[in-house]
Design a protein around this ligand. Structure first.
Ligand SMILES: Cc1cc2nc3c(=O)[nH]c(=O)nc-3n(C[C@H](O)[C@H](O)[C@H](O)COP(=O)(O)O)c2cc1C
Length: 180
């Protein structure tokens, strides 16, 4: 089983949580860092599709932005999941592949509930991504996410974020191992 990580942080140099997770995952799977490949946001659609064709498990690693994915990952979906590739009468190239969302949120767990300030459960907010996977014939794996991962100096210790980022990475590695 071949795994591919699509790392979708727009500013990896400023990331603590996702960068810590990614560092822990390096070596476990091939990594494509979108912003390094496409600093001008000009996605090489063929290169991305080639990479996807070779993978059985696709892991999207990202910070949760405005209840969704960062712009570069949305652009990646818009361009790479094109007609005839991901959907349409001959668009079966992703069929049977597994998709894992692995992400961090700034908001705490309790905020993501009907009573919380974000009003919706995380899984409800993921509906468009779940349906994207469905339309492409992919298997949407239970997502892995860790809350309260925004680093605010003086409010939360850097080490605390790093520890929880490593716990998150361990879950991804366990999944990778179980998929071998
Ligand atoms: C543009 C932007 C939008 C964000 N939107 C959300 C959001 O909708 N929900 C949330 O819980 N956190 C949100 N956050 C917080 C990020 O998810 C958080 O900073 C990130 O997960 C920390 O990971 P990093 O250290 O790798 O950047 C947002 C942050 C930014 C910069």
């Amino acid at each position: 089983m071949k795994s591919l990580i699509i790392f979708s942080h727009p500013k990896p140099e400023k990331s603590l949580a996702n960068k810590t997770i990614l560092t822990a995952l390096s070596g476990a799977a091939e990594v494509r860092t979108l912003i390094e490949l496409y600093p001008e946001y000009r996605i090489d659609v063929r290169a991305e599709q080639e990479a996807l064709l070779k993978a059985d498990l696709i892991i999207l690693q990202f910070p949760f932005y405005w209840y969704s994915v960062p712009a570069i990952l949305k652009l990646w979906f818009d361009e790479v999941f094109e007609y005839g590739f991901a959907y349409g009468s001959s668009g079966d190239k992703l069929k049977g592949k597994k998709l894992l969302l692995s992400f961090t949120t700034g908001g705490p767990k309790e905020a993501y509930s009907k009573e919380g300030y974000n009003h919706y459960e995380i899984e409800e907010l993921l509906t468009p991504l779940i349906q994207t996977a469905n339309l492409a014939g992919m298997t949407f794996l239970p997502p892995l996410y860790t809350h309260s991962m925004v680093y605010i100096p003086g409010h939360r210790e850097k080490e605390e974020i790093e520890v929880r980022a490593l716990e998150h990475a361990k879950k991804v590695i366990a999944l990778l191992n179980s998929e071998q």
